[in-house]
Design a protein around this ligand. Structure first.
Ligand SMILES: NC(=O)c1ccc[n+]([C@@H]2O[C@H](COP(=O)([O-])OP(=O)(O)OC[C@H]3O[C@@H](n4cnc5c(N)ncnc54)[C@H](O)[C@@H]3O)[C@@H](O)[C@H]2O)c1
Length: 280
């Protein structure tokens, strides 16, 4: 009997990378799994793979930026599985670009997928989480970029700040219902993130841009060895079950950016100290 036997896990962005690794993890613990992705073919292939290993799995094509699409997916999950015990709002897309190069379309797209996509997902699945009992989790995928503020990543970083802000309040509000809310902060992973982001961007917003000079600027702005920090998605989820069990809000998956978190916190505390000295 696995830890999630008889439970249902719903994962967005489950056709690839981190979401696919989450799907495998929960399936391995006996959960039924619903794999949601804008790339319906990849989600279907992953679901097929899980079914071949004895998991009850379904794939649903969804665009998390489109509220009605996510609501339809929730309805399909309800019909098939009845409820939801673990909701992983995991989709995120990337558009690098210097502050003065990011277009209105870039901002709208990144915010609509990374931030509103999370809100749409949680709103649509909330009735299914409430229809269940016992251990329930909402897991939001933020990013180490929340702490490692890399150059050329303004839209992405801002969207992940929005995810964390939303997640903090969601955690407070769902605590009394016994639903745990956690946020994970993966550092770099060897996934299809850039490729799938480019494929997922709606045509009417114009093509996604990828420029090696943005990557170079991002790496140069960091004082950690970003290459050495890279992990596989499987490695990134290796402490996930234990972390969810802990009920703690923040999940660090891998990476060497601890000193940046400490430095940021100490700058906030220093600001308090200056204020207290100036206004005794
Ligand atoms: N790869 C990294 O280095 C890294 C680092 C930190 C955080 N993250 C975050 O991890 C999460 C997963 O990313 P990944 O690295 O596994 O990337 P990935 O590209 O391998 O997987 C993301 C999946 O999301 C899907 N997707 C994209 N837009 C969608 C939409 N509008 N609706 C539904 N599905 C959509 C893609 O088709 C893809 O299958 C994201 O939130 C990302 O921001 C990634």
């Amino acid at each position: 009997m696995g830890e999630y036997q008889g439970k249902t896990a719903v994962i967005t962005g489950a056709g690839s990378g981190l979401g696919a690794a989450m799907a495998e993890l929960f399936a391995g613990e006996g959960a039924r799994v619903a794999l949601l992705d804008i790339d319906g073919e990849r989600a279907a292939a992953k679901a097929e793979e899980l079914r071949a290993n004895g998991t009850e799995a379904i794939a649903i094509r969804v665009d998390v930026a489109d509220k009605t699409s996510v609501e339809a997916a929730a309805q399909a999950v309800q019909v098939k599985f009845g409820a939801c015990d673990v909701l992983c709002a995991n989709v995120g897309v990337q558009q690098f670009g210097a502050i003065d190069k990011l277009t209105d379309h870039d901002w709208d797209w990144v915010m609509s997928v990374n931030f509103r996509g999370v809100v749409n997902t949680v709103s649509a699945f909330m009735p299914l989480l409430r229809a269940s009992e016992g251990q329930r989790h909402v897991l939001l995928t933020a990013s180490a970029s929340y702490f490692q503020l890399g150059a050329r990543m303004a839209a992405y970083v801002a969207s992940k700040f929005a995810v964390v802000g939303y997640g903090e309040v969601l955690r407070q509000e769902l605590a009394e219902e016994g639903i745990n809310v956690a946020m994970m902060f993966p550092a770099g992973m060897m996934t299809r993130h850039i490729e799938s982001s480019m494929a997922a961007r709606p045509e009417e917003l114009g093509p996604s841009r990828f420029d090696q000079s943005d990557i170079a600027a991002m790496i140069a702005s960091s004082d950690v060895d970003t290459a050495a920090d890279l992990a596989t998605a499987e490695d990134a989820v290796s402490n996930l079950l234990a972390e969810l069990r802990s009920g703690e809000p923040y999940i660090i998956t891998h990476g060497s950016y601890r000193h940046q978190v400490e430095a940021q916190q100490s700058r906030v505390l220093d600001a308090f100290a200056r204020m207290e000295e100036a206004k005794p």
